[in-house]
Design a protein around this ligand. Structure first.
Ligand SMILES: *[C@@H]1O[C@H](CO)[C@@H](O)[C@H](O)[C@H]1NC(C)=O
Ligand SMILES: *[C@@H]1O[C@H](CO)[C@@H](O)[C@H](O)[C@H]1NC(C)=O
Ligand SMILES: *[C@@H]1O[C@H](CO)[C@@H](O)[C@H](O)[C@H]1NC(C)=O
Ligand SMILES: *[C@@H]1O[C@H](CO)[C@@H](O)[C@H](O)[C@H]1NC(C)=O
Length: 393
């Protein structure tokens, strides 16, 4: 089956109806697995599925205008279309309060293209639950630009998000699956509290790659109910590092299983790669975790399992079982003298911990030797061990 090219060339307004019909033919063909590549051009065909927020009343560069309503109406128009749709936020700055892009949509895929900059309202108290952009119950969306909360979303790709502003924009994922996020630049001031760059909970099949994250909290927080999470090519810092947990504080938390963190660089963070759990009643597991090919630059606690999180004295033990955790090829510099610290639970000791090819040195002015500390853990060691393996102590 072949489309005569000339049918796509919009020459006058009369072609509009035809272009719309052809558009849905293309969608049908694409759905059957054949993709026709159309040259990008500014024509009626391309614009048929395009929804521009300004045609729904959005105003750029007006610091007093809240664009939330216009964004939501434009979203609804894009979402309820017949074929592929694109929501465009053109160049310029747009102030907006809380926005929820809600599905299910009839059009698919829906691409949200942010050409301009979206700014939050300066007063954070207007965001009742702290969320700025929320995407709910949408199956198949491609997001280009902005910052978001994905809730009950599936099959979502986020590409090239730049976040600015003091609200500490971030990407949160809850009750979602099959999320790909790449080329994100998430920056928030180093002193912004509790703003993980990317926060993942109750979500499976996530692939995060090639991103730059600098926040006041964890660059990446992988929390309860996260599974099958792949993270590569992240540059993190400043902030608190890449964390699994904290776990075991709230009722009804679910296990974390299957996390692969590879080829990441942490710079000036308070922790490198860590697993943190609370002492308490809740019984949970964190398992099948690999941290590999990680570079630490002046990181305070490069390798850390902390099952006494938030407790200075070991008053009670955590019931989170940490097992099958691999630290491989982790090198660079530590800003503290205990570069490897595995503080596991006395009730549920860590099992299946591997330390392979660890090479960390101290950044302090004096050339002091660094050490590794292991409690309630019997790791296996291979390759280089600097600091010296805690098995020798
Ligand atoms: C995952 O989502 C992408 C869109 O980002 C989609 O193309 C792909 O088919 C989905 N994979 C599965 C297994 O559903
Ligand atoms: C990320 O964004 C910040 C703030 O807008 C900017 O200064 C920085 O150059 C960006 N980094 C990358 C890698 O794009
Ligand atoms: C995740 O994405 C990266 C970069 O796009 C890719 O190389 C890698 O294979 C993906 N991993 C998985 C598990 O899908
Ligand atoms: C590792 O990550 C960096 C980005 O931090 C990327 O440029 C590089 O290609 C990645 N290397 C591999 C082997 O994936």
């Amino acid at each position: 089956m072949a489309f005569p090219r000339r049918l796509f060339r919009p020459s006058n307004v009369v072609v509009l109806g035809l272009a719309l019909v052809m558009m849905s033919r293309v969608a049908e063909v694409a759905a059957r697995g054949k993709i026709y590549s159309l040259e990008p051009r500014r024509g009626l065909l391309q614009e048929a599925g395009v929804v521009d927020v300004t045609s729904f009343g959005a105003k750029a560069n007006d610091p007093l205008f809240d664009n939330a309503q216009a964004f939501i109406e434009a979203w609804n128009a894009a979402c309820k279309g017949p074929g592929p749709a694109k929501l465009v936020i053109p160049p310029g700055s747009y102030i907006t309060g809380a926005v929820v892009f809600q599905g299910p949509c009839t059009s698919s895929p829906v691409t949200v293209e942010v050409q301009g900059t979206i700014l939050a309202l300066p007063d954070p108290s207007v965001y009742t639950n702290g969320d700025w952009f929320t995407i709910e119950m949408v199956d198949g969306i491609v997001f280009k630009g902005g910052s978001i909360h994905l809730n009950k979303a599936q099959n979502v790709a986020i590409d090239g998000v730049t976040s600015l502003n003091s609200m500490g924009f971030h990407v949160a994922m809850t009750f979602s699956s099959n999320i790909t996020a790449t080329k994100l630049n998430l920056t928030a001031p180093g002193d912004s509290p509790n703003t993980d760059g990317i926060h993942i909970s109750t979500t499976s099949s996530v692939n995060i790659s090639d991103s730059f994250i600098s926040t006041g909290d964890d660059c990446l927080g992988i929390i309860q109910g996260a599974s099958d999470i792949s993270v590569t090519g992240i540059q993190c810092g400043p902030g608190h590092g890449i964390s699994i947990g904290s776990l075991g504080k709230y009722p009804n938390e679910q296990d974390v299983r299957g996390v692969h963190v590879k080829n990441c660089t942490l710079t000036g963070t308070t922790n490198g790669v860590r697993i943190k759990t609370f002492p308490g009643k809740l019984q949970l597991e964190a398992s099948d975790i690999v941290f590999e090919d990680i570079v630490m630059n002046n990181v305070a606690n490069p390798i850390l399992i902390d099952q006494y999180y938030g407790f200075h004295q070991k008053l009670s033990a955590s019931r989170v079982k940490v097992h099958d955790v691999h630290f491989r090829n982790i090198r660079g510099t530590s800003a503290s003298l205990v570069a490897v610290s595995l503080a596991c639970s006395s009730l549920f000791p860590c099992e299946g911990i591997e330390l392979a090819d660890i090479d960390l040195s101290y950044t302090g002015r004096k050339p002091l030797p660094i050490s590794a500390s292991c409690t309630n853990a019997k790791p296996t060691f291979s390759g280089k061990q600097n600091p010296p393996s805690c098995a020798l102590i």
